[in-house]
Design a protein around this ligand. Structure first.
Ligand code: UDP
Length: 234
């Protein structure tokens, strides 16, 4: 399918129209940003890795009964996906304390939770994606209660599937962010699942294999991305 006009350019991806109005092409970039766009850089090869990992994980999740926007990977850094209306809520599940959770609540990074946590952030760059609760989201008309109930159920299912999948590869899934979209009256999983949107720690060494290498200037950033994809493709 031929790509046409660019519809949208985000921080890490470009979205193009195709001849099918119900399908768009996602092109993953090597550009990286952190801290709400304040830190910018390039991670060589990241676009292709995130494309491949998202394709692999969306395919796995579909098989396990979670509907996603993914259709097919068309090149190293491009995939076709269903055109959805993105629900402006970032959905975050955590198995282990890290990042903003550790900072906000003073809980040491690496503290393992008995049960996964679930939270919404309001997807709004101007406001810095603030934490939001369901009554706020309802009052603002961001999503319906039915949609949020569905999103919560899918997000926990995604966690169960991915946690086990990564565990078998010797990787701890610490936390991750999902985005959902509306498609034909239903809620489906959209956006990407990659080292940009998840925290992955090597089980044996605790080494970080995700965007925290970029956020925290840990070095060997490209190597971290390459290591995680090669483990998955093994
Ligand atoms: N995350 C993301 N996009 C965001 C914020 C967070 O993909 O705009 C991911 C992040 O990579 C991590 C998880 O969501 O895997 C939880 O992030 P956290 O709330 O700890 O925020 P951060 O420390 O990344 O600011």
């Amino acid at each position: 399918m031929e790509k046409k006009t660019m519809l949208y350019e985000g921080k890490a991806k470009k979205i193009y129209a195709t001849e099918d109005p119900g399908v768009v092409l996602v092109a993953y970039k090597d550009d990286a940003t952190a801290f709400n766009g304040q830190k910018k850089g390039t991670i060589l090869g990241k676009g292709a890795i995130n494309n491949r990992m998202s394709a692999m994980l969306f395919t796995l999740l579909e098989k396990k009964g979670v509907p996603t926007h993914f259709i097919e990977q068309t090149s190293d850094r491009e995939s076709l996906v269903k055109r959805v209306e993105i629900i402006p809520l970032e959905v975050i599940i955590r198995n282990v304390a890290a990042g903003s959770f550790s900072k906000r609540y003073g809980v040491a990074e690496g503290t393992v939770f008995d049960l996964p946590t679930f939270e919404f952030s309001y997807k709004n760059d101007d406001l810095g994606d603030p934490l939001i609760n369901e009554s706020h989201a309802l009052a603002m008309g961001l999503a319906s209660q039915v949609e949020m109930d569905q999103i919560r159920a899918y997000a926990h299912e995604v966690n169960r599937v991915l946690r086990e999948f990564f565990m078998e590869k010797g990787i701890d899934l610490i936390d991750f962010k999902l985005e959902f979209g509306r498609w034909e009256g239903r809620v489906i999983l959209a956006d990407e699942i990659s080292p940009d949107t998840c925290r992955f720690w090597d089980r044996a060494t605790g080494k970080k294999l995700d965007k925290d290498r970029f956020r925290q200037d840990l070095g060997n950033i490209e190597e971290g991305y390459r290591e995680i994809i090669s483990r998955l493709e093994d």
